[in-house]
Write a protein that binds this ligand. Structure first.
Ligand code: NAG
Ligand code: NAG
Ligand code: NAG
Ligand code: NAG
Ligand code: NAG
Length: 219
């Protein structure tokens, strides 16, 4: 079970035993793959096809493989069982948390991936330096408490002050996180405006803009 938890979607696309094939839509968890803020509440429901001959009160829920207590369930109808989670914690893994609805034997009927995190905060401490005026490397730190398990993209953007068009740095460091090098078409004698944009599925945030002249940041 442990290994499967690392990949939310993989677990759910595994073939369920016997008649419980996903292709026939025997059951469905709603909502599918929601993106939620930490601390928020979620009410999910597991609907089962009447032909399965199961009753909603025989089902149970797991979150990341851990069975959730029946006190969180509500039988809405013989074919619909809801679950209410209060004060969601950050996802344990960026691939999402596994919320799964099981029959009484433990077989997986349906599932959903929960992505719980926070919108990015304003990136901070943006600094840039140039080794030989042919490149410009910038690094920054994610703002606030950093990333909260829903993947966040950082884009370093720049433009020549006054008349430049906005460009995006493309050479992100593979070895150092939060770092990017601009290696082409650098202009001397004209200051650059440089900033970082952070975004994830809950929101976006932009750093302060720094203004620098390549000749002033040589090492
Ligand atoms: C979540 O549910 C709890 C308990 O029902 C309630 O006190 C709280 O206000 C809810 N939070 C949000 C963000 O709706
Ligand atoms: C199950 O109940 C929930 C909550 O009332 C509802 O939103 C959902 O549509 C129901 N699902 C089905 C398939 O009837
Ligand atoms: C959040 O984590 C705490 C501590 O591990 C746990 O007691 C609580 O049930 C979790 N809340 C949810 C909604 O999973
Ligand atoms: C940003 O820089 C300040 C001053 O050097 C430092 O105190 C702070 O820890 C840095 N913040 C991060 C998130 O690295
Ligand atoms: C996910 O969040 C938990 C705390 O909620 C933290 O302990 C863990 O390191 C985070 N994992 C990743 C991959 O960010």
């Amino acid at each position: 079970m442990k290994a499967a938890l690392e990949f939310c979607l993989v677990l759910l696309t595994l073939h369920s035993p016997g008649v419980l094939s996903l292709s026939t839509h025997v059951a469905i968890v709603y909502p599918q793959d929601p993106v939620l803020r930490m601390g928020s509440n979620l009410t999910a429901s597991c609907w089962i096809h009447p032909d399965l001959g199961l009753h909603a009160n025989s089902l149970f829920w797991t979150l990341n493989g851990q069975q959730l207590p029946g006190s969180l369930y509500k039988v809405l109808s013989p074919t619909n069982l809801s679950l209410t989670l209060v004060g969601l914690n950050a996802s344990r893994q960026t691939s999402g948390d596994n919320l799964v609805c099981h029959n009484h034997k433990g077989h997986i009927l349906a599932g959903s991936c929960l992505y719980v995190g926070m919108p990015p905060e304003k990136p901070v401490n943006l600094t840039c330096w140039s080794r030989n005026t042919k490149d410009l490397t910038c690094s920054w730190a994610p703002g606030g408490r950093g990333e909260t398990n829903i993947s966040t993209q950082y884009r370093l953007k720049y433009k020549l002050r006054w008349y430049g068009t906005e460009k995006e740095c493309e050479d992100y460091s593979h070895t150092q996180p939060y770092s990017c090098s601009i290696t082409q078409d650098l202009h001397l004698f004209t200051p650059y405006e440089i900033w970082v944009e952070a975004s994830n599925r809950l929101g976006r945030a932009t750093s302060d803009i720094i203004i620098l002249d390549i000749l002033d940041v040589g090492e």
